[in-house]
Ligand binder design. Structure first.
Ligand code: ADP
Ligand code: TRP
Length: 332
C-alpha cells in the first residue's frame, strides 16, 4: 500500500515564484509516489484574516493556483479544511491530551509574546486562542488522515513534532496504536528563492514575482531585479547573481551553460540577461497562467472540485474519529 503524504496550505494572499518552486512543485513531485492529501488551511488563516471577502478570495486564488500548477484532483485529495468538520471534533479531543506547557513552548506563540515584551506591552496582547492552539488544530489535520509524511518548511517542523507527541500521548493512554505517528519531510533550505532585492522572496518583504502576474507585469518586475553596476563589456559572476539563480530554476541545462558562459566572457548587459530570464520564465508560466485565469473565471467549478475532495476526505476522517470515540468510551 502506498504511504500517505499530507500538507496544509494557508490561504494568505497571492502566490509567488518562491511558493511555486519551494512548496508547490516539490509537493506535486511527491504526489507521484504517495497517496497525497493537500488542503487549504482556511481555519488557520482565520486567525489573521478577519475580512470575509479577502479570505474567500484568497482561498479561491490559492486553490486555483495549485490546480493550475498541475495538481490532479482525481489523484490528490484536495479540499478545504473547513469542509471537513471532523477536523474540529478531533481538535477538541486532542486538547485533552496536549499539555499547556507544550503549547507554551511553540515558536510562533513565544515569538508573539517576545514581541509584546520588547515593546513593553502586556505579554499576551493581541494573541488569540487560535494562535495559541494552532499546533493542536494542525495535529488534528494530520492525525485525522493517518499521514505518514508531512512535507513542510523549517518553521513548521516543531508543529509536526507536537503532532507526534500528542499522538503518542493518546496511544499511550489507551495502550493501542490508535493514531499514526507522522514524520516531517523538511523542504531543504537550499531552495530559498531570492526576490527582486536579493533577500528571500516573501510577501512580507514586498519583493515577489507573483506566480500569475500578466505577461507585461512579469516583464516589468523582472526588469526591476537588483543588479550591480557592472557595464556591458565587463565579465560577470553567474554564481553570485540573483538573476542567474532565478534563470537556473526555469532554463534547460544547455541554456544555463550558455548563459553562464556569456556572463563570464563579458559583453552581456543586464538588460539582455533580464530579457532572457523573462523568456524562459514566461515559457513555463504562460500555460499555468492560462489555466489559472480559466479557473479564476469559473469559481463554481473550483468550488465543485473542492467539495468533491472534501467528500472523499470525510470517509477516512469519520473512521478515525469512530476509532477514538470507541476507545475513549464516547461511542453512543
Ligand atoms: P511568504 O513568506 O511569502 O508569506 P509563505 O510563508 O506563505 O510565504 O510560504 C508558503 C510556503 O512557500 C512555505 O512553506 C515555503 O515552503 C514556501 N516558500 C515561501 N517563500 C519561499 C522562498 N523564497 N523560497 C522557497 N520557498 C518558499
Ligand atoms: N501551518 C502550516 C503553515 O503555516 C499550514 C498547515 C496547517 C499545515 N495544517 C497543516 C501543514 C497540516 C502541514 C500539515 O504553512
Amino acid at each position: 500500500m502506498k504511504k500517505t503524504a499530507l500538507t496544509g496550505i494557508k490561504p494568505t494572499g497571492l502566490l509567488h515564484i518562491g511558493n511555486y518552486v519551494g512548496a508547490i512543485k516539490p509537493a506535486l513531485e511527491l504526489a507521484r509516489n504517495y497517496d497525497a492529501r493537500y488542503f487549504i488551511a482556511d481555519y488557520h488563516a482565520l486567525n489573521t484574516m478577519k475580512n470575509p471577502g479577502e479570505l474567500r478570495a484568497s482561498i479561491r486564488e490559492v486553490a486555483a493556483g495549485w490546480l493550475a500548477a498541475g495538481l490532479d484532483p482525481e489523484r490528490v485529495i484536495f479540499y478545504r479544511q473547513s469542509a471537513v468538520p471532523e477536523t474540529f471534533e478531533l481538535a477538541s479531543f486532542l486538547t485533552a491530551f496536549a499539555s499547556k506547557g507544550l503549547l507554551n513552548r511553540a515558536h510562533a506563540y513565544k515569538a508573539a509574546v517576545q514581541e509584546n515584551l520588547d515593546r513593553k506591552a502586556d505579554p499576551e496582547a493581541g494573541i488569540n486562542m487560535g494562535l495559541f492552539t494552532y499546533p493542536i488544530l494542525m495535529a488534528a489535520d494530520i492525525l485525522l488522515f493517518d499521514a505518514d509524511l508531512v512535507p513542510v518548511g523549517k518553521d513548521q517542523v516543531q508543529h509536526v513534532e507536537m503532532a507526534q507527541d500528542i499522538a503518542q500521548a493518546v496511544n499511550f493512554n489507551y495502550q493501542a496504536p490508535l493514531l499514526k505517528v507522522p514524520q516531517a519531510a523538511l523542504q531543504e533550505e537550499a531552495a530559498v528563492i531570492p526576490g527582486l532585492d536579493g533577500r528571500k522572496m516573501s510577501k512580507s518583504y514586498g519583493n515577489t514575482l507573483p506566480l500569475f502576474a500578466p505577461e507585461n507585469q512579469l516583464r516589468k518586475l523582472i526588469m526591476r531585479i537588483q543588479t550591480n553596476s557592472q557595464g556591458v563589456e565587463e565579465p560577470k559572476d553567474p554564481d553570485t547573481s540573483t538573476l542567474f539563480f532565478l534563470y537556473k530554476l526555469f532554463a534547460l541545462p544547455e541554456e544555463q551553460e550558455a548563459l553562464a558562459a556569456r556572463f563570464r566572457e563579458g559583453g552581456l548587459g543586464w538588460g539582455e540577461a533580464k530579457a532572457e530570464l523573462f523568456r524562459v520564465m514566461n515559457r513555463e508560466l504562460a500555460p499555468l497562467r492560462e489555466r489559472f485565469n480559466a479557473l479564476a473565471a469559473d469559481p463554481a467549478r473550483l468550488d465543485a472540485i473542492l467539495a468533491a475532495g472534501a467528500e472523499k476526505a470525510r470517509g477516512p476522517a469519520r473512521s478515525t474519529l469512530g476509532r477514538l470515540r470507541k476507545a475513549a468510551g464516547l461511542d453512543w
